[in-house]
Design a binder for this molecule. Structure first.
Ligand code: B16
Ligand code: MG
Length: 217
């Protein structure tokens, strides 16, 4: 079998934390007088915190100094952390835990490749941290998605080549990162949006390792 490892994005693949990012960004946007809709939030998926703020400022034609931007990011993160405070296993998206167990049983290595600086906290809260052989998150990369660095570091940590890894991603920025890095990529979500992925599934419900192998071998 040519698949030696799987690298999972977190927000939108393992847990639906996008809804909490949305509320926290919306609050902040309102404070600085920028209108911010759920559609706007779609554009931020997979982007780092700083890149997300820059997009929101651009929407409002706002130019702020660095200290103000740092203060706004801290504020957004404090509010986001409050929303995820009570997160637990019940928020793992359907089928994900079973799929990860299947990979583990088959000896396929597992890593996380997330833009979030809160990834470890979330994996601990949902009780999945121990399943990951490597956790590469927003604290460990220089360049964020759509740059492939996060996934390349994941492959390196697991000691596998990019072409031997499957990346699971819900954001166009993340799919681009995976493809540009030479990974196999499964999109999670809408086929029309994630059209750069090798194939797209709506979620992990009814998706097994057997299905994955059939598609790639
Ligand atoms: P934080 P992922 C990304 O996580 C989210 O999709 C994106 O909306 C968020 O801005 C980014 O993490 C940074 O998150 O503020 O927690 O550092 O999808 O790459 O797992
Ligand atoms: Mg994501």
């Amino acid at each position: 079998m040519s698949i030696k490892a799987c690298i999972f994005d977190m927000d939108g693949v393992i847990v639906d934390s996008a809804k909490y990012h949305f509320i926290a960004w919306q609050e902040l946007a309102a404070e600085i007088g920028v209108s911010f809709t759920e559609e706007d939030n779609e554009q931020l998926k997979g982007l780092s915190r700083v890149d997300s703020l820059e997009r929101i400022l651009k929407m409002g034609d706002l130019y702020l100094d660095n200290d103000t931007k740092l203060a706004l990011m801290d504020k957004k993160n404090e509010s986001y952390l409050k929303y995820i405070e009570s997160m637990n296993e019940s928020e793992i998206l359907p089928g994900v835990a079973q799929f990860i167990n299947e990979l583990e049983a088959a000896g396929i290595k597992i890593a996380l490749g997330s833009s979030s600086k809160n990834a470890t906290v979330i994996l601990e809260r949902i009780n999945l941290l121990s399943k990951f052989g490597a956790v590469i998150d927003g604290n460990k990369v220089t360049f964020s998605k759509p740059d492939p660095e996060v996934f390349l570091r994941g492959a390196e940590a697991l000691q596998v080549e990019a072409h031997e890894c499957v990346v699971f991603e819900d954001a166009t920025a993340g799919v681009k990162a995976a493809i540009d890095g030479g990974f196999k990529c499964v999109g999670i979500g809408d086929e029309k949006v994630l059209n750069q992925a090798h194939f797209v599934i709506p979620g992990f419900e009814n998706f097994s390792l057997k299905n994955l192998i059939e598609r790639f071998n």
